[in-house]
Each structure stands twice: as C-alpha cells, then as structure tokens.
Ligand binder design. Structure first.
Ligand code: DLL
Length: 473
C-alpha cells in the first residue's frame, strides 16, 4: 500500500524533526566523541537544517535572497525606489556575493514607511503585527503572514530544544505578551516542541513562583534581570536551588554578562541560555545559544548576518567587531534587506561542538546609537526629552540608569525654571507626579523623577552628557 508507506515515512520525518532522533542515530560514536570532549550530546529541533553543510546553507541563502529581492522590488514601492536610487534592479542580485550592493535599511526607514509602507503582501494575507516598545515617532510595526509566524516559531523551537527542551517539559513564559515579541515568540516555539506552555507574561512574581512550584516548571523564559529577581525571591522565601524544579532558562531581550549568567544559574540551579532577536527581523530566535554557551547560532536558513563598520558601512571580515546587519530571506509580509540593528557584535564560524553549523554571534557588546534597554523596554533619550518639553521644562535633564538587586532603575533629574522653583513643596511634588505619569505613558515604564533647582545640572562644554548608565553589564 504505497499510501500507507508514504504516511509512515512522513510520520518518521516528523518524529525525527521533533525529537532530533537523527542526532542519536550514531549514538555510540557520538558518546565516545562526547566523552573525549569533542562533541556535546545536543538535541536538535530540525537537525537536517541546523547541521546542514556550509555549502547547503550558502545555496539556500543564494536562492532565497534572489527570491526576496524580486518579491520586495515587485511589491514594495519604497524598496523599488531605494534600489533605483542605487541604479539596481533584481537582475543585479544573483547570489549572496552581491548582497553588499543593496542599500542599508535603518529604523529611520521603518519610521518613514510607518505603518504600511514596507508591507510586502496584500493586507488580507497579513495576520499579525508586533511592535517595538518605543512610542510616538519611534514605534516600529512588523507584519506577519501565517507562514511568517510559523517560521518564527520554528526558530524559537530550535532555541528551546537547544536548551534541552522536549515535549516532556513545562515551559513558563514570563516575557511580556502583547505587542512585545518575547511572550508570543517563545509561546509559539514551546507549542511547536510540544511542551506544556504556561503563558504567564511578566510580573506578579509571587504567582510566577507559585506556578513554578505547583506545575513543576522545568524551563523559564524571561529577561535575565527578571530571572535574577525570581532567583532572589526564591532565596528570600528560604527555598534553595535544589528544591526548584527548573532545569534551564532562555533569557534575552537585553544585555547580560557572564557574571550575571553564573549568578542566575546558581540561584535557580539551572543552565541559563542566551537568546537574541529584534522585532523588525521577527522577534526572539534570530539566534540562540546551544549547550556550548559560547555565542548564539544565527538561524542562517532564514537570516543572513553581516558585520559592518558603523561609520563607513564597509563590510568587515569575519571575526572583526562591528555593527550587526540582517537580511531576512524567508519572510513574506515584512522582509527586511540589510537592516542595521545598531548592535555591536562579532561573528564566528569555528565549528561548534554541538554539531550545529550555523554561524555564531557574540553577545551584543553595545550599540552604535543611543538606545537603552531598561527592564527589557527600548528607550531613547529623545522620548524622555519629548515628555519634558511637552510639560514645559527646559531641556536640562539627566537620565540615570542603574541596576539595583538585578532590576534596572530609571531616574530622571530635571531642572525647574525659576518660576516652577518658587512653587510650594506640594506644588513641586504634584509636578513630579505629572512627569512620572507622562513618562509612563510614553515609555510604558515606571521612572523616578526628581525636580532639581535651576542651574544645578552640570553643563558640559562639549556634547551634553544626558545619560549616566551605572549598570555593569
Ligand atoms: O527584545 C526580542 C527578544 C525578545 C529577544 C525576547 C530575546 C528574547 P526588541 O524589543 O525589538 O526585540 O529589541 C531588540 O534588544 O536590537 C538588542 O539591542 C536587544 N537584545 C535582544 N536580545 C538580546 C540579547 C526583542 N540576548 C533589541 N542580548 C536588540 C543583548 C539583546 N541584547
């Protein structure tokens, strides 16, 4: 019965894909190599892709890049115009070797084209939007078809399996849900792996702890600072790491150091894995860490990574530090060509003991713009300035960011005008409250506001020092 045979084959492929059976086909060999420290007994969600040869990855990228360039040239007037300005047509892009010819795309372009200007499919084919945390003037909206969501969730599923996840796991997703991509992305990935998924969203730490305990959650997904905070809360309750059911965590959306990793691992008794992504390129899962914990594998069948000199735009050789640029080659609704992330990184193609062949990126080492990430929220100083100006303050302020007990703090010190200064104490604290509310509405974050006497914030002779970031990341 050929039909039955065929379904058995598909069933086998599915099992193979979901549980990484292929990874264990030559188990005795792999175990020998593992004992010698040559490989890690890693599991894969899509082994045939995650361990594809470099030639195969290049072939996928060549073909998909050409398709994507044709797709945007045909469907997005904004892109066509940008390409025409560089006297390019799709015929000039024959493979990834021609990628450098394409113009860069920046957050500025995304804002210019807001909201629909970069949508590359008819509106009826888009089923979802997600958005960055910035507001007025800074918000970026990304669109997804159902197929785009599917591939995004595959990327997150790869991260979960790389962190040791399988259908037996209980995954507690404590990233924010809603417009932020963290919750929806990891939630979808967890479903794909077949894990029991707890869509907690962030906050309400007592409830997070109760669910970890009651449902015996094994994998926690949230920002690293929130993971550290949950760890501290366990300790305050007198619960030691051995008593916590968690075995792994998938943490990202903000910068965190190796010291912080060790601290979280110790407090929660887990292995802590990094995950990277950005709304514009889909969300979490653009890259993720494996057992080796030495950089994040970029999902190169979906995204091409380049490193450029942020000043000149010149493509840098592998191993050099520079700004990370991504081209998405499988997305249909919102494909971005050569998008400048502003994250400063290094790429590394050395073979990884986990068996994955996709290039690894380092933890981002900073940014080439002034964006700060505070409690997982992207904040630009200009947004804070807008609130101050709208409330009638002169632009003399200082933003102090710190990390206290693993939680980011945001303190805005603002100079009053002489007239405001003459107000009563009650009047001044009412003004502070008003600004706190204004900042909350603009940033979606609670900030402290201190109104200070006129002319007390030090004037700089050069560029004003608006931000003092005391966090040691
Ligand atoms: O932060 C997506 C995400 C959600 C990633 C959950 C990981 C986990 P955005 O809000 O658009 O998207 O912010 C993107 O966050 O350009 C980086 O500067 C920073 N970022 C993301 N992941 C990491 C990380 C999400 N692992 C911006 N380490 C990016 C350091 C990170 N910075």
């Amino acid at each position: 019965m050929p039909f039955k045979g065929l379904s058995a084959f598909f069933l086998f492929c599915r099992a193979d894909r979901r549980w990484g059976i292929q990874a264990f086909r030559n188990r005795p060999d792999r175990e020998r190599a593992y004992r010698k420290g040559l490989v890690l007994l890693s599991n894969y969600y899509q082994p045939e892709i995650e361990r594809a040869s470099r030639e195969q990855i290049k072939a996928w990228q060549d073909e998909r890049l050409v398709e994507t360039v044709n797709h945007v040239y045909k469907n997005v007037p904004y892109y066509r115009q940008k390409m025409e300005e560089k006297k390019l047509t799709p015929a000039d892009i024959k493979s990834t070797d021609d990628l450098y010819k394409l113009p860069f795309l920046t957050k500025g372009d995304l804002r210019d084209a807001y909201p629909y200007g970069l949508l590359a499919v008819p509106l009826e084919d888009a089923v979802r939007i997600q958005s960055t945390s910035g507001t007025t003037g800074k918000r970026v909206v990304a669109f997804y078809t159902q197929a785009d969501i599917d591939l995004w969730e595959d990327c997150c599923a790869r991260a979960i399996v790389a962190a040791g996840g399988s259908k037996k796991d209980v995954v507690q997703v404590a990233y924010g849900y809603g417009l932020f991509t963290g919750g929806p992305g990891l939630n979808g990935g967890s479903h794909k792996v077949g894990c029991l998924t707890l869509p907690m969203s962030s906050g309400n730490t007592q409830r997070q702890i109760q669910f970890i305990q009651d449902l015996q959650a094994t994998i926690l997904c949230c920002t690293p600072s929130y993971a550290a905070f949950i760890g501290e809360s366990f300790a305050e309750m007198g619960i030691c790491p051995d008593e916590i059911s968690l075995k792994a965590g998938i943490f990202g959306a903000e910068a965190w150091s190796e010291e912080m990793r060790r601290d979280i691992e110790k407090k929660l008794g887990i292995r802590a894995y990094d995950i990277y992504g950005l709304t514009e390129i889909s969300g979490p899962g653009v890259s993720f860490e494996c057992e080796a914990q030495t950089g994040m594998h970029v999902n190169e069948d979906h995204f091409i990574a380049e490193i450029i000199n942020p000043e000149t735009g010149e493509v840098l050789p592998e191993g050099e530090k520079g700004e990370l640029v991504f081209t998405s080659i499988t997305k249909k609704a919102f494909p971005l060509l050569r998008y400048r992330t502003r994250d400063i990184c290094v790429l590394n193609r050395e073979p990884c003991p986990c068996g994955r062949t996709h290039v690894k990126m380092s933890k981002p080492m900073g940014r080439s713009d002034d964006m700060m990430i505070i409690r997982g929220v992207n904040v630009f100083p200009s947004q804070i300035e807008t609130v101050l100006l709208n409330h009638g303050y002169p632009a003399n302020y200082q933003i102090i960011v710190d990390r206290v007990k693993n939680t980011d703090t945001l303190d805005v010190q603002v100079e009053m005008t002489q007239e405001m200064f003459d107000d009563t104490v009650k009047g001044i604290s009412a003004r502070e409250k008003e600004l706190v509310e204004g900042l909350k509405a603009m940033l979606g974050l609670s900030a402290k506001v201190h109104l200070v006497s006129p002319k007390t914030i030090a004037r700089s002779e050069g560029k004003a020092v608006r931000v003092i970031d005391k966090r040691k990341i």
